[in-house]
Design a protein around this ligand. Structure first.
Ligand code: BGC
Length: 269
């Protein structure tokens, strides 16, 4: 059966857990061949387990190691994917992490680690993806676009976040990286957009929803009244990768239960 992403190869960075794993499952269920990137050997079993779930559900794909903050590893990963599957059609620039700290205590290492993975990693992967799209050329039987890139941003691309200066700076940077390269490559029929997740139940924010009290406090920030799940992001990613969004370029789609509506102002201001 023809599905939204049939015959397309989707590379998802940081797919061994959290949102990346959820997006990989959603794209595989929509017919894509998925490449599950994981950063280091220690995370390989987790990536293999996600791939096993995907193949058990009738999907297909492979895992691929690369630390996205390292140029040589990113270049090698794209070579591996192209030699395995011929090309890449969709890049989900998802790999990201937090190294939280009060600003006055923040070390350069915490700053560099977050900027390196979250922002430089997205630059390196997007650059290799665009190079591959241009090399491969149009394949109209697969998609109306030459290629699609989805940058995983955050509500913190617009909401300042005390104690997380490195993370918020990386997400603000992703916004301008995404829009600038979208402007540069829309004429070549490459669609580049972002998703801005709000609070989604994953390991990155476990403490924020691990107890009923914590979850209730978190929900004060979410007008829609529930913490998100990775399936919420997976569905948005499939839409942004498919021709259903063919006229969508350079936007951040917030998937956040209304977190960016500044709910504090509903009873103040
Ligand atoms: C962060 C989470 C946080 C959420 C809402 C995300 O980008 O990674 O830790 O819960 O934003 O603040």
């Amino acid at each position: 059966m023809e599905q939204k992403l049939s015959r397309q190869v989707a590379l998802i960075t940081g797919a061994s857990s959290g949102i990346g794993a959820g997006v990989a499952k959603a794209m595989a269920a929509s017919g894509a061949t998925v490449v599950l990137n994981y950063p280091v050997d220690a995370t390989r079993p987790a990536a293999e387990a996600i791939l096993a779930d995907i193949t058990a559900a009738g999907g297909k794909g492979m895992t691929c190691q690369a630390d996205v903050s390292k140029e040589d590893e990113v270049v090698r990963m794209f070579k591996d994917v192209v030699s395995a599957y011929g090309t890449v059609d969709i890049l989900v620039n998802n790999a990201g992490l937090q190294r939280d700290s009060a600003f006055t205590e923040m070390t350069l290492d915490q700053w560099n680690t977050v900027i390196g993975v979250n922002l430089t990693g997205q630059f390196l992967c997007a650059r290799e993806a665009v190079r591959e799209f241009l090399r491969r050329g149009m394949q109209p039987e697969k998609s109306r676009a030459l290629g699609k890139i989805i940058c995983m941003s955050s509500v913190h691309e617009i909401i300042p976040w005390a104690g997380h200066a490195n993370y918020a700076a990386s997400k603000g940077g992703i916004h301008m990286l995404m829009q600038t390269i979208s402007q540069e490559f829309a004429p070549k029929k490459i669609r580049i957009n972002a998703i801005g997740p709000g609070a989604i139940k994953t390991p990155i924010n476990h403490a924020a929803w691990a107890t009923p009290e914590a979850e209730a406090k978190l929900e004060e920030l979410i007008p829609y009244g529930r913490v998100g799940v990775v399936e919420d992001i997976g569905a948005a990613a499939v839409w942004l990768a498919s021709d259903d969004s063919d006229y969508v370029n350079g936007v951040t789609l917030f998937v956040d239960g209304g977190m960016t509506l500044f709910p504090g102002f509903s009873t103040n201001g």
